[in-house]
Design a protein around this ligand. Sequence first.
Ligand SMILES: [Zn+2]
Ligand SMILES: [Zn+2]
Length: 238
Amino acid sequence: MARWGGYLGRSVFRFVIPPICPVCLAQCRPEHGAICEECARNLPEIPTPRCPGCGGELDGVLAKCADCLTESVRPWIDAVSVFRFRDMPRKLVHRFKYGGCTYLAPFLGSRMAENWQEHSTAAVDLVVPVPLHWRRLWSRGYNQAGFLADIVGDALGLPVRKALRRVRATDRQALLDINRRRRNIKGAFGTRSKQWIDGRNVLLIDDVITTGSTLSEAVETLLDGGAQSVAILTCARG
Ligand SMILES: [Zn+2]
Ligand SMILES: [Zn+2]
């Protein structure tokens, strides 16, 4: 959590963080760290070893999870995630994403950065968030992946560029099955400036990975745009 302290020092005006546990909103003393002890117990990270295809939980003795075995080709070189998208982590991500609780960004983003350092050896030199379409950005007021990318970039000492843009609006992926998700997201992204990504090893950031359709499309757009490699880092695996 030391990195979080450094982040707070520099960016305190961007996220106003109350002196309470960001998860349960109980008062907590500074020595309890970023979240209270009870919440730390209720927020277990994905157990190791993890699936190398998505960063999620393994289903048993197999080397990949069921989704990654079905989806044999993943366009990214590595994938790390932090939490299983259920119970308390799910509530937390929902509050962060839809509930306007942007003060959760430093906590979630710093856990993502720590997990990246612990679970990946992939070389990355640029952090890029998955973008929202401007209409969704306008109605929500912020891009949750953009906030997480800023925290991760700061913690890892890497530049952050909004190198991707949504070239067309899509239906919410969460409401669709896998085949519809693929069709829905096809051609949804474009690159903002090829100069930013040309020859770079990109770390692509999103809040949740479920089937991986959105991330696959975004990764392929970055590779088409000249990125040398793309790895993905998400907060939760759905
Ligand atoms: Zn708490
Ligand atoms: Zn997997």
